[in-house]
Design a protein around this ligand. Structure first.
Ligand code: SF4
Length: 176
């Protein structure tokens, strides 16, 4: 980001770097969704079709004239409606089963999944860490996820899966 900002300035345009970690006035996920960098996952983070959900986003604010991109539909939001990996394995029970009109709209105009931050934050504070929804996200396992897009993968050459499997609930799971 620093190098890109320096390049933009070298062209004579002003810019400001909004870093991914630390104090920032910018909502990077919202900007990333509008720019088509990825789709909004059930866990509330942005999922890039190739990078998955595990990355840090930053933004560069500039007055340089640019062409604007559009939100994408790579099938990820639809995939989330069947997949519940983050819902099931996130320990604070903060990720919902269903979309909710009260949560507002996502990049495609769907109702969003309302993540319960009141449940999430105490877990984070107690363990000094969370982000468990990201490593368990199916799109973090990109080769596996690509099966569902109809590509052959390095992992299972012989399997081309066109539909995601039905959800699997662990023992004792309650749909609340
Ligand atoms: S784990 Fe599954 S439901 Fe959750 S964000 Fe990732 S793809 Fe969507």
């Amino acid at each position: 980001m620093i190098s890109l900002a320096a390049f933009i300035r070298s062209l004579g345009y002003s810019c400001r770097v909004e870093h991914p970690i630390g104090d920032s006035d910018v909502l990077h996920i919202t900007i990333g969704l509008k720019a088509g960098f990825g789709e909004l996952g059930r866990h509330g983070s942005i999922i890039n079709p190739k990078l998955g959900p595990l990355f840090r986003m930053g933004s560069i604010i500039t007055d340089m004239p640019l062409q604007t991109d559009k939100p994408i539909d790579a099938g990820i939001a639809k995939f989330c409606d069947n997949c519940r990996a983050c819902r099931l394995y996130y320990p604070a029970n903060a990720i919902p089963d269903e979309r909710s009109a009260a949560a507002g709209k996502d990049h495609l105009g769907n109702d969003r999944y309302m993540v319960d931050t009141a449940k999430r934050f105490p877990y984070f504070a107690k363990h000094n860490y969370c982000s468990i929804c990201l490593p368990v996200c199916v799109y973090n396992h990109k080769e596996w996820a690509r099966d569902f897009e109809g590509f052959e993968t390095k992992l299972w050459h012989e399997i081309i899966t066109e539909e995601p499997p039905p959800p699997v609930y662990p023992a004792g799971y309650k749909n609340i």
